[in-house]
Every structure is written in structure tokens, then in C-alpha cells.
Design a protein. Sequence first.
Length: 392
Amino acid sequence: MDATPVHPSWLGEPSSTRDVLYRLLIDGPMSRSALAERLGLSAASLSRVTKPLLASGELREVPGRHVGPTGRPTQPLEVDADRHHFIGVKVTGTHAYAALVNLRADVLDAADAPLRSKDPDHVIAVVARLANSLQERGTAASGLGVCLGGQVREDGSVGYAPFLEWQNVPFGQQLAAATSMPVAVANDLNALTLIEHWHGAGRGVENLIILTIGAGVGYGLVINNQLINDVNAGLGQVGHTPLDPTGPACGIGHRGCANVVLSTRNIEAQAAVSLGKSVPYDRLMKLAAEDPVARQVVDQAAFSLGRLMTIASAFTMPQKIVLTGEGVELAVAAPEALKAGRSHDREQHTPAVPLEIVEVSHTHWARGAAIAAMQLPAPSLAVDQMLEAVNR
Ligand SMILES: [Zn+2]
């Protein structure tokens, strides 16, 4: 693509300008007085911030007549969500899922492609092809966000990605060179946490935990509306939380850690031993309703999941837990055992943290990757490209 649009001027800027735009993006149109109150700004300060944004078209007044809570006429402000577009891509070990989104992360178009190899050059070529194909219909994107399971460094390089079998791959840099786009690379749990916090089950929740179960255990954390990010976030430390001292050992020798007792593969293996035949995970979850042996296996795992929720809550004091991932059916199939596990380690006077169970598609993760491109501190390569585009 030539004519790559420049990032919005506010991207990655930790400022009241960004706060205004984000608040309006997440909470929707708002009157000036409500916005000022929400951000703790005086009317004059807010006006200083919004004036240039209204002039440039980033912000606009919602057309029509509106009446505020006091009965006086008001003119709510909104972000022009279609002024900038972004592409998000979720890369697994075998496939890449891409979405073209607007600033509200609404999906305008989507595309996906299989990965025929894990070679970084191939993965970069596939992602670049998807990004180009999504822009072929005339909507140019301001940035490209990619999320994957693993350790992602601030410069966009990947330290370690187990599903792709990568170590020390300068992925973000090479992808930016291949696409001529500003690129943000994010750990996939961070991307998922972003989309859930901005536009999903965690919307409006200041302190939030995201837990995923499936092949392993994933964890994302929002405190004071900020995603807690760390270079080691993608290494999955929470997955090694000890839950069952009698359980089998994980790959690095922890007996009964969360990665083992909650993994779909281990739950299937436990069921195979108890039932004397192998039953796929989804079938096993249904079988628990009628077979006491299957019930016991499923209940045991759900009890451990409940314990993990309570341990995580004890340290981070969230207002809500969002549970997702391909193994999420466990919580639906064994609600009583989950509840018992949640109570087991909890101080009796503490109420249980509200839980929401959500099923998400690959496109959902891709939307989070797009938000990473909008929101994460712009890596230096993106800044360089922005400057280059400005000076061109
Ligand atoms: Zn472990």
C-alpha cells in the first residue's frame, strides 16, 4: 500500500487528549459536563483539549437536539470512530485470523489463512498478505496489531513463543518492514484483556481479571483501568499456581499446577483412566450430566478452577472475573463444584467476586490486537514510521 495514513496524532500519547478520546470511545457520546466530571477536568481545561480535536474532526458534536439530566439542552460529543482504521491479527501455531476494525473495534471485514510452517518469514508473509487483502477494498489502516502466545518485548520482538517454536525473533520490526505499517505486537492474553475491558464483559470495570482455560491457563489483569503489562506476562506464570498436590506433574515438574489440572488434554487423560475409554473434551462435559464417573473427573477440575479464581482474587482484589478460552465449558458443566472450589480458600466474610463466562472467537482476539495497535505505548519503529510519513 502506498499512501499509508499516519497514526492519529493522539496515539500512544499519555495525555488528557488521549483520555478524552478513549473515554468517549469506550463510554459512547457524552455531554461536555459529564465528560469533564468523569475525567476530573475543569470546563475550561476540557474545552482546551476538545477545541483542536473538534477542529481536526477527530471529535464531533452528535447531531440533533439533546436534553441533559437537568432538562437543559446539551450537545454530546463523540469520536468519529471511522476516521481511523486498524488491523488486528491473532496468530496461533497453525493459523492467522485478521480483522479490519474502526476506532470502536467494530469489525468491518475479516480474513484468515492457514500457516503452512512456523518459519518467521512465512508467518510474516501470511500476516502481510492478510493486511494487504483487507485494505484492497479501499480502507487503509493506520496501524497493524498482532497478538500471539508468548513473551513479547517492548520493541515488538518475540522472546519466546512456544506454539510457534520461536526464540528471539525480531517479529515486529520485520513485519513493519514487510508491510510499511506501524506495528504493535502483543501477548495474546493482553490483547484479549484489552478487548474485554474496552468493549466486552469487563467494560466499565476498573479492576478486572481475565482467566482463560484450554491448552493451558492464561491470565490478564486490569487495575485502575490500566492493563498491567510486563515483558514476562506471556510466560504464563499464573498457570504454574499449585492447586492439587495429588495431581500429575507439568512439563517442568510442578505437581498439580493449574496448567496441568485445568488443561483440556489432562482432563481428557484423567477421564480416559477413570472411564476406561477416551472421550473428547466437549463430549466429556456433556457426559458429566449422566455418568457419575465422568462427573467426578469434571467436578475435580472445576473445583481446582474455583480455587485458582479465589487465589487470584485474594492477591489482586478484582471487581469482576471474566472466564474464557476453549475449555470454558468446564465452568458451565460443573457449577456446584466450581462454587465449592471458590469457597474453599476464601475468608468466610468475603463475598465471591462476580464471574462472567464468555465464549470468544478468534476474531475477538484480533480485535484486541487492533486495540494494542491503537493503545499500547507505540514501539519506536512505529514512531519512526510516523515521523517518516509526516516528513514524506
Ligand atoms: Zn507447572
